[in-house]
Write a new protein. Structure first.
Length: 246
């Protein structure tokens, strides 16, 4: 995907394979039909020059509509679309389809089985993370850009693995549940620490106060009339600013 105006995105490359056979059906550039704001070249590997060359040489569809027409040559309303976060792909292709298998949803539901059909999943894992942790498969490695075709095959591998190995998927999901639980505990501890400073954090604040007192010659301990707002003004801080806040 590449960025266009109004914070939208559009298609720049499309890859599609036959899920059962692995045959490549489409792997082709898609010329944008409107001004590109961000080519996202570090991720897509596509630049203005690359797209221009592909368009001139006939290696690109004229626009997303032509890409969609070609996709429908291999699919119809009964076809099951398979992918990762398919909602984004279908949106930019202007397709509404209710027969899908989404690897992002499949793996997230394994981690959060209690999530109801009308509820949002707490989170989903990237294709790269799932491929590595579930299959020990490296994709999108190093500094190189994403390969749409590589990602397409990775999605296929992930879903086939999940179908064939339900117990291993369950074990993977349990590990993710443990990780999420640990993150939740850590987050709650941080929140509690902010509400109830520990002795060490209080001492740290007192130390900072002493340092600032020495710098500006305020004797905080002996002056019952000391006011932090007065100190802040003398220190040159804007009104209302709390120097101890995050």
């Amino acid at each position: 995907m590449i960025g266009v105006k109004d914070n939208r995105q559009t298609l720049a490359f499309i890859s599609a394979i036959d899920f059962l056979t692995g045959e490549v059906l489409i792997s082709r550039y898609v010329a944008p039909s409107e001004e590109v704001i961000d080519w996202r070249s570090k991720i897509t590997g596509i630049t203005q020059d690359v797209m221009t060359s592909a368009t001139i040489s006939g290696a690109a569809f004229r626009d997303w509509r032509e890409a969609r027409e070609n996709l429908w040559q291999f699919a119809d309303s009964s076809t099951v679309f398979v992918g990762q976060s398919l909602n984004y792909d279908l949106e930019v292709l202007g397709i509404c389809h209710n027969k899908i298998v989404d690897s992002a949803i499949l793996t997230a539901e394994a981690v959060f089985p209690a999530t109801g059909p009308t509820e949002s999943l707490p989170r989903a894992w990237s294709l790269k993370a799932v491929a590595k942790s579930l299959l020990d498969l490296e994709i999108q490695s190093g500094d190189r850009a994403h390969s749409a075709l590589e990602d397409t095959y990775a999605v296929r591998d992930v879903i086939i693995f999940c179908i064939r190995n339900p117990e291993q998927l369950k074990s993977w999901a349990e590990l993710r549940q443990t990780e999420e639980g640990q993150k939740g505990k850590k987050s709650r501890r941080k929140s509690k620490a902010k509400r109830h400073p520990t002795t060490s954090s209080t001492q740290d604040i007192q130390h900072k106060t002493r340092v600032l007192k020495n710098e500006f010659e305020y004797d905080i301990d002996d002056d019952d009339e000391f006011c932090l707002s007065e100190y802040a003004r003398n220190a040159g801080w804007p009104d209302g600013w709390d120097p101890w806040s995050d």
